[in-house]
Write a protein that binds this ligand. Structure first.
Ligand code: PMP
Length: 461
């Protein structure tokens, strides 16, 4: 049983001693006290199905017994020495991670968070190319340090302070909300309801967005040169936005022709989440020069990394560079056991099968409820864009969105939220959920949407 601070005591501490940016969007924040696989429990023992996994971070399951055992065993052996000595785990783990990478992406730098990983990727790109300017996409999210806040391109996550200079934000290739795109453009079991001129194998939208990227080179970049391009394989915080098929491949070519390197931010899409592939970039048929990863890598334990080629890594040899906690024995033991579980429990395959089923069931809800504008994603990386008007795609008003969201919580299902306007329900659960969990979630969502629709009808009459 739960024996910690009671709810009111905890609320008082939160109010007084924790920063106000620690938000809980629920009317009454949940007190979560225990977790097991896809389940979370509050202080009263009430169980919730966790469809957000600590923001895409709990990959193989809350307190997965195998990961807990690996962490405990390592904690009883050695926690830390700094990397001035050798310890077995960092070597075993670097080897295993490198084995998961294509081509000569074989050199690993372990850090502790996604922001740190992207910071380092920015530095590597600039050192290696001897260029300064970088490109990222509007609506992308890459972290919160002042350095990477510059490549994050959602105003809701930007403060009025100087952030990384020399960053250019290209038009976002969004087949649902953007200028171009539609039915044939996304690599997903579910397509938009928007018609498009593209043939299934020749995406016109990809070409249009590519022209926009070319314009960034033409108008904004000094001598048309670039140090690198940052892209998420599927935009996460931005609301599960998928680029049109073929776009990223062409974008990579353009960047390389102009002297830059290509950086895949796999913080959300890595470790099998998209189902078909272990890494999200593989779904685009590209091979990055630098890959950043975090979140699911440690199943909730702080662990992140940059993986790159020997030639690019060499650029870091110009001066000293060091990270105290990066690659510590406990983090590496956790990371290794996460890889073991993914393999033993066929987690990637589960993402594909259960994720596809989820998407198909959600598309039925979209067809039934006009407030569901779009259902998209791949594997267990899913977004549901809520609108007030199907034709204009105007975002659902905040109060209505919150009601639907809160209703789901009250019925025992925790869902995430994202996008610039905060109107996308994000489903990125621990990758161990099953079809029964999907059926339960769909029933809950259907009920919440019915309640919303009836309320909206009453208000209109
Ligand atoms: N990149 C992406 C794609 C992310 O989603 C996030 C976190 N939401 C980050 C980077 C930053 O990771 P962290 O919060 O660990 O710094």
């Amino acid at each position: 049983p739960y024996t910690g601070l009671n709810y009111d005591e905890m609320s008082a501490v939160r109010e007084k001693h924790l920063v106000p940016c620690l938000k809980s969007y629920y009317k009454k924040p949940l007190l979560i006290h225990e977790g097991h696989m896809q389940w979370l429990f509050d202080q009263t023992g009430r169980r919730y199905l966790d469809l957000f996994g600590g923001i895409v971070t709990v990959s193989v399951g809350h307190c997965h017994p195998k990961v807990t055992a690996a962490a405990t065993a390592q904690m009883n052996t050695l926690w830390h020495t700094t990397n001035i000595y050798m310890h077995p785990k960092i070597h075993e783990y670097a080897q295993r991670l490198a084995d998961k990478m294509p081509g000569d992406l074989k050199v690993v730098y372990f850090v502790n968070s996604g922001s740190e990983a992207n910071d380092l990727a920015m530095l590597l790109a600039r050192l290696y190319t001897k260029q300064f300017d970088l490109i990222s996409f509007r609506n992308g999210y890459h972290g919160m340090s002042p350095y990477v806040m510059g490549i994050t391109a959602q105003s809701t996550w930007r403060f009025d302070v100087p952030v990384a200079q020399g960053v250019h934000h290209a038009m976002n290739p969004d087949p649902y909300q953007g200028l171009w795109g539609g039915k044939h453009c996304r690599d997903s079991p579910v397509q938009t309801t928007r018609d498009c001129a593209c043939a299934p194998d020749e995406c016109e939208a990809a070409n249009k967005y590519y022209e926009q990227l070319e314009e960034v080179f033409k108008y904004s970049l000094p001598r048309g040169k670039v140090a690198g391009l940052f892209a998420e394989s599927i935009q996460g915080v931005g609301g599960t936005v998928q680029f049109p098929k073929g776009f990223l491949k062409k974008a990579y070519e353009l960047v390389r022709i102009n002297g830059g390197v290509c950086i895949a931010d796999e913080v959300q899409t890595g470790f099998g989440r998209t189902g078909e592939h272990f890494w999200g970039f593989e779904g685009h048929g590209v091979r990055p020069d630098i890959v950043t990863m975090a979140k699911g890598m440690g199943n909730g334990f702080p662990l992140a990394a940059v993986v790159t080629t020997p030639a690019i890594a060499e650029a870091l040899g110009q001066a000293l560079h060091f990270n105290t906690f990066g690659g510590n024995p406990v983090a590496c033991a956790v990371g290794l056991s996460v890889l073991d579980v993914i393999q033993e429990e066929r987690t990637q395959e589960n993402c594909k099968v259960v994720g596809t089923y989820f998407l198909q069931e959600l598309s039925k809800l979209r067809d039934q409820f006009s407030c569901v504008g779009d259902v998209r994603g791949k594997g267990l990386m899913i977004g549901i864009e809520m609108v007030s008007d199907r034709a204009t795609k105007a975002p659902m008003n905040n109060k209505h969105f919150m009601d639907v969201w809160e209703d789901c919580k009250n019925m025992g299902v925790l869902i995430g939220r994202g996008a610039l306007n905060g109107n996308v329900l994000r489903i990125k659960p621990p990758m161990c959920i099953n079809k029964e969990d999907v059926d339960y979630s769909i029933a809950v969502l259907r009920k919440a949407l019915q309640t919303h629709t009836e309320k909206a009808k009453r208000q209109a009459s």
